[in-house]
Design a protein around this ligand. Structure first.
Ligand code: SF4
Length: 240
């Protein structure tokens, strides 16, 4: 079995708790308008066997400490579910903490894989079908929701990520809707807002594909922080 990997980050501290090795898999079925990794949408040229990736991950085991471990990201790591299942079985024998950074879109059954995952970092694309289509340019809203049901049934821990795109998510109605949307998840440990930025724009020019966010202004960090604080007020208000 072979996994198509775009890159590997060692000593990562952003994608899960503690110090982590972050594996970025190639391939994704979504086409998010703000994606800054369009070069990962398709299969790449660098392939790893389960054993090769396993050895790469446990090489840094001594640095992971109590909280750290490995994060599978992408692209969409769930598209490599069978490969990951074999890899995760081996990693669990070594007691490695496993996080999965995903939008929840897969072609095959992933329930068995999720049993080995300690933390899900879930990217909310949008809270309704129409918005989901606008952001991802695909019709996978129900697939993402199904993923949340399956993972929630397994009582998985979640970190939630929401990219804030100006004109789409930066309003009270969206924040209230987001609270409602997240009610389907029992075990949320953390929610993050990420300001939309244009850092990936040049890649589109290089690859020669249209950049759909060309006319959307970047979200400034302060406004994003203020929105986040507003959201927390709404989220923690139990009077509804
Ligand atoms: S899910 Fe991630 S990798 Fe896939 S298109 Fe969206 S932002 Fe890009």
């Amino acid at each position: 079995m072979i996994g198509s990997v775009a890159s590997i980050e060692t000593f990562g501290t952003q994608d899960g708790p503690g110090i982590r090795t972050v594996i970025f898999f190639n391939e994704c079925k979504l086409r998010c308008i703000y994606c800054h990794n369009p070069e990962m949408w398709n299969k790449g040229i660098k392939n790893y066997s389960v054993e090769e990736l396993f050895l790469r991950i446990i090489k840094n085991k001594e640095y992971y400490g109590e909280n750290g471990g490995v994060t599978f990201s992408g692209g969409e790591p769930l598209l490599h579910s069978e490969f990951l299942l074999e890899l995760c079985k081996k990693l669990k024998n070594e007691n490695i903490h496993i996080a999965l950074d995903t939008a929840g879109i897969a072609e095959v059954d992933y329930e068995e894989l999720l049993k080995y995952v300690d933390l899900i970092i879930f990217d909310v694309k949008h809270i309704n079908e129409e918005g989901y289509k606008l952001i991802t340019r695909t019709n996978n809203f129900n697939k993402a929701n199904k993923f949340l049901s399956v993972a929630n049934k397994l009582n998985k821990k979640f970190w939630i990520r929401q990219v804030i795109v100006p004109g789409i998510m930066d309003n009270c109605d969206y924040l209230i809707g987001l609270k409602e949307y997240l009610k389907r998840i029992n075990n949320i440990e953390k929610i993050e807002f990420l300001p939309y930025h244009k850092l990936g724009c040049e890649k589109y020019i290089k690859i020669g594909i249209p950049y759909y966010c060309e006319n959307i202004k970047e979200m400034d960090k302060i406004t994003c922080e203020n929105l986040y604080n507003k959201f927390l007020e709404i989220y923690n208000d139990n009077n509804d």
